[in-house]
Design a protein around this ligand. Structure first.
Ligand SMILES: [Zn+2]
Ligand SMILES: [Zn+2]
Length: 365
C-alpha cells in the first residue's frame, strides 16, 4: 500500500484523485485522505540505530466489534524497547508499537462509548475466550492472546483500531498525558503487587524505579505500606526519596530490614536474586519483566528455602485494569511524564533504555 502511494506521489495527487473518482471500489486504499503518520518497525535492531521509521501508512479501517480511535497520547513501555530491539521475536513485518493508548472514539461507537469518548487501550488487546485459561478466568494467560503494538498495530500513530471489549473508559480526573503511563506500567505494576500478595501495612521492596515502580509506590502508600527502593541512577533515587520511600539505596545495596514482598522491574536476573536475598521466610518476589537476561545460579538453602517464592507476572486482566484505574482516580495518581513528539519515537525508546528520564515517556502524535 505504501508502494501504491509512492506511485501516486510520483504521478501527482490530481491524477490519483481522478483515478479514485473513477474506480472508488477497487482503489479505495489509495484514497489520499486515509493515510496517517506512524512509527513503523522495519527490522528490529539496537535502538541507537533507529529501528522505527516515521512514515505515512494506511489509516486502519473499522472492523466489526472494534472501535476506531484517534490517538491523543501513547505511553512508552520497556516492552516496546524489547520489540524494537528484537528480544521479543517479530510477529509481523512493519509493526507499529505502542500499547498505552489514550484515544478518542471516532468510529464504531456504542451506547457506552459514544463518538468522542476517551478510552484507554493496554497490552492485552484481545483473547480467544475459549481456551482453558480463559475458561478458568485467567485471561492474562490466554493461549491465543492479541497484544497491542506487537501482534496488532498499536498507538505510535495518529489512529488505531482496538477491540471494543478491550478498551477502558478513562476517569475524567486523568488527563491524556497522565493517563497514558497508567495503561501498562500502572496496571501491570498493580498486578505485580497482587501477584506478590501485598497486604496493607507490609514492608515492600521495589527493585528498580522506572515508570512502573514510580506508580506502584503511590498505590503502596495508599495501602500504608513501608516501601524500600533499590535502584541504579542518582535521579531515580532522588525521585524515590521525594515520593516518600522509607529507605532508598543503590542497586547493589540490600534494604536494612527483611521484606515481606519484593517487586523487580529490571530485565536482569541478578536483580531477582538480590530481591530474593532481602526476603523474610514466606516472602514473595514478583518479577515485573517480560524478558530477563537470565536467572543466575543461586544458593537454594539460603535464598529460597523457608517457603520463599519467585513468581513471574504475565500480562493483565481486564479486572486488573478496571480496579487499578478506579484506584488511580481515587488517590489522584499523577505520574511524572516526559513528552516526545511522534517523530522522536526512537529517541523516546532510547531514553527509556538509558534510564535517562524520570517517570514515564509519552508520545504525542
Ligand atoms: Zn484464551
Ligand atoms: Zn507495557
Amino acid at each position: 500500500m505504501l508502494q501504491t502511494k509512492s506511485v501516486a506521489a510520483l504521478v501527482g495527487v490530481d491524477f490519483a484523485a481522478i483515478f479514485l473518482t473513477q474506480r472508488p471500489g477497487r482503489l479505495g486504499i489509495i484514497d489520499l485522505g486515509h493515510f496517517m503518520k506512524a512509527a513503523i518497525l522495519t527490522s528490529p535492531r539496537p535502538i541507537a540505530q533507529r529501528p522505527l521509521r516515521i512514515d505515512e501508512t494506511t489509516r486502519p479501517k473499522l472492523k466489526p466489534g472494534h472501535v476506531l480511535l484517534r490517538v491523543r497520547a501513547c505511553g512508552v513501555c520497556r516492552t516496546d524497547l524489547h520489540i524494537a530491539e528484537g528480544e521479543l521475536a517479530p510477529q509481523h513485518r512493519g509493526m507499529i508499537p505502542g500499547h498505552q493508548i489514550v484515544g478518542e472514539v471516532i468510529d464504531g461507537s456504542t451506547k457506552e462509548m459514544p463518538v468522542g469518548a476517551r478510552v484507554g487501550v493496554s497490552w492485552i488487546g484481545g483473547i480467544d475466550g475459549t481456551c482453558p485459561y480463559c475458561q478458568r478466568g485467567e485471561e492474562n494467560l490466554c493461549d491465543h492472546p492479541t497484544f497491542t503494538g506487537y501482534s496488532v498495530p498499536g498507538g505510535y500513530a495518529e489512529y488505531t483500531l482496538a477491540r471494543a471489549d478491550f478498551v477502558f473508559p478513562l476517569p475524567g480526573a486523568l488527563d491524556d498525558l497522565h493517563a497514558a503511563p497508567l495503561l501498562c506500567a500502572g496496571i501491570i505494576g498493580f498486578r505485580s503487587l497482587r501477584v506478590a500478595g501485598v497486604k496493607r501495612g507490609e514492608r515492600v521492596g521495589l527493585f528498580g524505579f522506572g515508570a512502573s515502580a514510580h506508580l506502584a509506590i503511590s498505590v503502596l502508600q495508599a495501602w500504608k505500606c513501608e516501601v524500600y527502593v533499590s535502584t541504579r541512577g542518582e535521579s531515580h533515587r532522588i525521585l524515590a526519596a521525594a515520593m516518600g520511600a522509607t529507605w532508598v539505596g543503590s542497586e547493589t545495596e540490600n534494604p536494612p530490614v527483611e521484606l515481606d514482598r519484593a517487586i523487580t522491574f529490571a530485565p536482569a536476573g541478578d536483580v531477582v536474586v538480590a530481591a530474593l536475598a532481602s526476603l523474610r521466610k514466606g516472602g514473595v518476589v514478583a518479577i515485573n519483566a517480560i524478558h530477563l537476561d537470565r536467572i543466575p545460579q543461586f544458593d537454594y538453602d539460603r535464598l529460597l528455602w523457608g517457603e520463599r517464592q519467585i513468581r513471574s507476572v504475565a500480562n493483565m486482566t481486564r479486572t486488573d485494569a478496571r480496579d487499578f484505574l478506579a484506584l488511580a482516580a481515587e488517590i489522584s495518581l499523577k505520574p511524572k511524564v516526559t513528552v516526545f513528539p511522534l517523530d522522536q519515537a526512537n529517541e523516546a525508546l532510547l531514553a527509556v533504555k538509558n534510564d535517562a528520564i524520570d517517570g514515564a515517556a509519552v508520545i504525542v502524535p
